[in-house]
Design a protein around this ligand. Structure first.
Ligand code: ATR
Length: 312
């Protein structure tokens, strides 16, 4: 990588940041597209977050990704926050504008739904209830994505039920029909500007029901989608214990966890004939709008990229 004095700069702010695959991911696209630019890992302590972002603006950066634990702080810091990010309650992508102002976006819902569409062509959340396990930041993005894709019902289950109730109440009540959310069709072409504009949201009133964590086997009856957004099943974490017997055989199963790539949940679902999509694609797709905003080209997710980023 050889830069000129005009190189475009971006990076990821996290604490810690050493585990982040984003520099490798954006680095791949920068090299592939021969772009005069760089994407850096930026280890920033929580107490330094605001001053670090302001410094990046002054240094002429185009923007940055924001990861744990800064996503809520980024929401507060941004001068303008896209409606979808406000609904989700977190910002993962900052775009620094020419006038020095900061735009906050959340591309996790986009990454999530794009991953399902690429991994399972013809996918639609509109056909049947979805079961979402977990109530953290990832779950909020998944719920928002399903709402915007016209899902009739979301069954939300979390070990700590109160957190699920909070997510259900906040997202149901904050759902704004006129918000430029994710729209079916507008995203499939991979056109960043049409996704941003989102002129005709596929509106339905998604019912969000909260279930006890202990009822997760029963919650699968009649579902068309099952998504694990908890950390269960991740390398080094406890397994996700769930009996898939009640899940219809054509239900799509997805795990946000991508280490390992094929989690026990996905293996069990696949073994009984359910279609499955792994979680790596969400990481890859959520990065596309940021790359487009900072470096000027909408990148694609290819098998080569999956292999390159997944092999760590
Ligand atoms: P993120 O924001 O990345 O989604 P998070 O906020 O830490 O991460 O959420 C982790 C999710 O995994 C939560 O839903 C958490 O459940 P709690 O809200 O009850 O903490 C879930 N989780 C983590 N460990 C778990 C366990 N041993 N059993 C069940 N759920 C677990």
């Amino acid at each position: 990588m050889i830069l000129t004095g005009k190189a475009k700069l971006a990076g990821v702010l996290g604490w810690p940041v050493g585990h982040s695959r984003s520099p490798r991911l954006h680095g791949f696209w920068l090299e592939q597209k021969n772009i005069d630019g760089a994407y850096l890992p930026l280890a920033v302590r929580p107490e330094d977050f605001e001053s670090a972002v302001r410094s990046l603006v002054r240094l002429g950066f185009k923007g940055a990704n924001v990861t744990v634990p800064h996503k809520e702080a980024a929401l507060r810091l941004a001068d303008e926050v896209e409606p979808l990010a406000r609904r989700i309650g977190a910002v993962n992508t900052l775009v620094f504008r020419e006038d020095g102002s900061i735009l906050g976006r959340n591309t996790d819902a986009f990454g999530f739904i794009e991953n399902l569409r690429h991994g399972h062509p013809g996918f639609s959340a509109a056909k049947a209830p979805a079961v979402v396990l977990g109530a953290g930041g990832a779950a909020r993005a998944v719920v928002a994505a399903f709402q915007d894709d016209g899902c009739p019902e979301i069954r939300l289950l979390n070990r700590t039920r109160a957190r699920a109730t909070e997510v259900a109440e906040e997202l149901e009540h904050s759902f704004n029909p006129s918000s430029p959310g994710l729209t079916r069709g507008s995203m499939t072409g991979g056109d960043e500007s049409s996704w941003m504009a989102g002129s005709s949201p596929a509106m339905t009133n998604t019912k969000i029901t909260v279930w006890d964590w202990s009822d997760r086997d029963a919650a699968l009856a009649g579902a068309g989608l099952l998504v694990n957004t908890t950390t269960l099943g991740m390398t080094g974490q406890p397994p996700l214990e769930i009996n898939l017997e009640a899940l219809p055989k054509d239900a799509l199963v997805n795990d946000i966890v991508y280490a390992p790539l094929m989690t026990d949940l996905l293996l069990a679902a696949k073994a009984r004939g359910n279609p499955v999509v792994d979680g790596l694609g969400m990481l890859l797709h959520q990065a596309r709008p940021g790359f487009a905003a900072w470096f000027g080209e909408m990148p694609e997710v290819t098998d080569e990229l999956r292999k390159f980023v997944g092999e760590l």
